[in-house]
Design a protein around this ligand. Sequence first.
Ligand code: GLC
Ligand code: CA
Length: 556
Amino acid sequence: MNKKWWHDKVAYQIYPKSFYDSNGDGIGDIPGIISKLGYLADLGIDILWLSPCYQSPLADQGYDISDYYSIDPRFGTMEDMERLIAEAKKRGICILMDLVVNHCSDEHEWFRKACENPEGKYGKYFYLRDKKEGDLPTNWRSYFGGPVWEDLPGTDKQYLHVFHRKQPDLNWENPEVREEVYRNINWWLDKGLGGFRIDAIINIKKALPFRDYEPDREDGLCSINAMLTEAKGIGVFLGEMRDRTFKKYDAFAVGEVFNEKPEEIPEFIGDDGYFSSMFDFNEAVFGGSEKGWYDITPITPDDYKKCCFEAQARVGDIGFLSNIIENHDEPRGVSRYIPEGDCCIESKKMLAALNFMLRGLPFIYQGQELGMENVPIASIDEVDDISARDEYQVALEAGLSSEEALKVVSKYSRDNARTPMQWSDETNAGFTTGTPWLKVNPNYLSINAAAQMKDEDSVYSFYKKMIALRKDPVYKETIVYGALEPVWAERHNLMAYYQKGERTLLVVGNYQRDEQEVKLPTVYKNVLLNNYHDIAQENGTVRLHGYQVLVLEMSA
Ligand code: GLC
Ligand code: CA
């Protein structure tokens, strides 16, 4: 594997709307991000991924772009964006923007022109079909619920949208569409971006010609996955995109990829892969069900471990996964991966270390470094997330009571990750002086950056130590390029692995409230991380405290 400039970095995801509001309108913005660059640099962040801040009606919070070449005024101006790129650069931080090109907004000029003249140039930018009363072109269910077909306003046609109806899919089979995409990517790279996070990209290749698939719910529709599994040849598009854009700039590109087959991994993230890296979603998709969120099997510590190790084994040293415990589409990792009732400072640090030390590129989602938790939801009316609103209905239709349905939604809603960043114990967690667009998690009085930065034992301080360890010249080579080897893989509620390189590191976490003993295979030379102040041991046997995690340098 060739070494790349980004391999030893630490990345951080910002959800601009909820990060920091500089002008009191209740919406986070780019000047707000600029004012927090010091915080990020101090934490040790090198790569910043911004969720979309392009011009958008915000039907899906910016993942519905109406102009790829401008910044939405709610987030700032193009000058602000240029200033952010420049100011970040001064601190050694590079910026990734979100590339959302499976679809645009129905308010994009292309779509408006397609409505005006469906037979013209822009009609071919989308997937249009003649409307037949009572008969949809296909029976696919959109990710956010309901059929993927919607009437094309003012015409006798319908258009395809695999996400929300305000997110019409772009027709990648049309070379003109692809040219537009490449032009846009290069335009931004010319502004000095470090690269992109690539949204929903597995959806750009459709199985043609369109056809129905076996319905998988009472609604007579089927999940998009049925069609995607059949779609062949996405690599032609992805390879072309790489060659025409990222490759020329040595840019970093991380793909939102869910369904790669093991034999495709080298094409996706090998030395000359379509992407630099792709996210490991193995833990996030665990227990998923075609029926809906209400049918998800909750993940246990043993499942979590298995998912991580499986993903690691699948990729091996072919390339680099990007490791996450949460993002803007997922509930908070500490609320999901730590057994109910056990979410505490120790367990949060344990989860942090087990994930952060895996082979790959660590991505931290805003607030994760503080151990931010899911938000209590009292009523469905409080929910902003369009997918959560849909899943609430799905749960009701499946026969759950409204309380049960709300419980499901509270657990998995994307709002959990989107509540404002908790900066301090001041009003609105110091996020805004106005009214926040989404309710602040009431636990901000106890969980906030200002308090944690002063506290040596906080989750924040632990993250800072982990990041410093990844950059420590003595251990860097081992942590970044070492080979991961699971240890005691069959033991219950214990997750442990070696990172073997120039040095040998052992990462071991007691994934339960009760103590648990491990007999170390060799003696250790150094304790690199410990979420307790002591190690209880006798003759090489360590009695791990509840949720204790250790990173040890072993004698080889
Ligand atoms: C991705 C984004 C998600 C968005 C969807 C449609 O999954 O992460 O937030 O809703 O794509 O763009
Ligand atoms: Ca603002």
